[in-house]
Write a protein that binds this ligand. Structure first.
Ligand SMILES: NC(=O)c1ccc[n+]([C@@H]2O[C@H](COP(=O)([O-])OP(=O)(O)OC[C@H]3O[C@@H](n4cnc5c(N)ncnc54)[C@H](O)[C@@H]3O)[C@@H](O)[C@H]2O)c1
Length: 285
């Protein structure tokens, strides 16, 4: 159902790889709500993924760009303003990747070059996006920028690894930049902290299936899906939230406020054995 919440607005959506991507759902909902958008992702993702298909469906131009590269970001904002015919009203940063997780490096055995990459892609790219947008004066007064985060920024989750540090930095950037961008240009900057979701990036998280199950049991109203997340982002892009900025907004069925649920406790007490890795080393899980 459409409420025309984004009628006449212009947006840029980063990170739609395939139809499981949270950004994919946000792009679809944004257009359904009356927005005109451009899509951007890495050149490799555009070649290998299904972004082109989404572009055709939504009549959205695709701008291949590496979000860690300032010149690429300048191109994304300049071209988007040209294509969409004016300043941008909303931006979704839906980008995350950890080469340490990919290479199965544990948090007490991180490769620091890979950590640099995790932070560059998953957090500092958000600062670059905001800085480029501000320098180009590309976002309209009252515009809204959202990045996607996870509760591992506040609490420790087994296996989330250096992505937890990246998310903590991402949320801090939203506050620090939100202050400046708000004062100077009236632009809002927030993070949405989403439930674990089965996507390409999500499936890289250690034990994602069990994590989704645990989180579902712990959340009084259950996990939020990618489609639910899209609805929330639309509200954040709309004029209905024009006084919300510098916030980390939990969108997780109540998970982040829970301590222990009966179902989770029962499930937990049914298996209290020590956990071991492939080499027989005890994992303190
Ligand atoms: N899936 C989950 O459980 C979950 C939960 C909370 C938050 N999030 C966050 O949601 C966001 C989107 O992830 P998703 O779950 O939809 O997975 P996804 O794999 O569909 O999306 C991740 C995107 O990041 C893009 N990307 C990677 N490196 C990039 C770069 N250098 N420049 C530009 N784009 C780049 C990828 O191409 C991909 O499109 C991420 O920030 C993720 O951490 C995911």
């Amino acid at each position: 159902m459409s409420y025309n919440l984004l009628k006449g607005k212009r947006g840029i959506i980063f990170g739609a790889l395939n139809d499981m991507s949270i950004a994919w759902k946000v792009a679809e909902r944004a257009v359904e709500e009356g927005a005109a958008i451009t899509l951007t992702n890495t050149p490799v993702a555009v070649r290998m993924g299904e972004t082109a298909e989404l572009g055709k469906k939504l009549n959205a131009e695709i701008l291949p760009a590496d979000a860690t590269n300032v010149e690429d970001l300048e191109m994304v904002f300049s071209k988007s303003m040209e294509i969409l015919g004016g300043k941008i009203d909303f931006v979704l940063h839906s980008i995350g990747m950890s080469p340490n997780v990919r290479k199965k490096r544990t948090y007490d055995d991180l490769d620091y070059d890979l950590l640099d990459k995790t932070l560059a892609v998953s957090a500092i790219s958000f600062h670059k996006t905001l800085q480029v947008a501000k320098k180009l004066d590309a976002i309209a007064e009252g515009g809204s920028v959202v990045a996607l985060s996870y509760v591992a920024a506040q609490r420790t989750f087994f296996g989330y690894n250096d992505m937890a540090d990246a998310k903590a930095l991402l949320e801090s950037i939203a506050r620090s930049f939100g202050y400046i961008y708000g004062r100077e240009k009236g632009v809002r900057v927030n993070t949405v902290s989403q439930s674990p979701t089965m996507t390409t990036a999500g499936s890289g998280v250690k034990g994602i299936t069990d994590l989704i199950d645990f989180s579902e049991r712990m959340s009084p109203i259950g996990n939020a899906t990618a489609a639910d997340c899209a609805d929330y982002c639309i509200v954040m892009f709309s004029d209905l939230t024009r006084k919300v900025t510098m916030q980390n907004l939990y969108h997780d069925g109540g998970f982040s406020s829970m301590g222990m649920s009966l179902r989770a406790m029962k499930q937990y007490s049914s298996g209290l054995d020590e956990y071991k890795d492939e080499k027989g080393k005890v994992i303190y899980g």
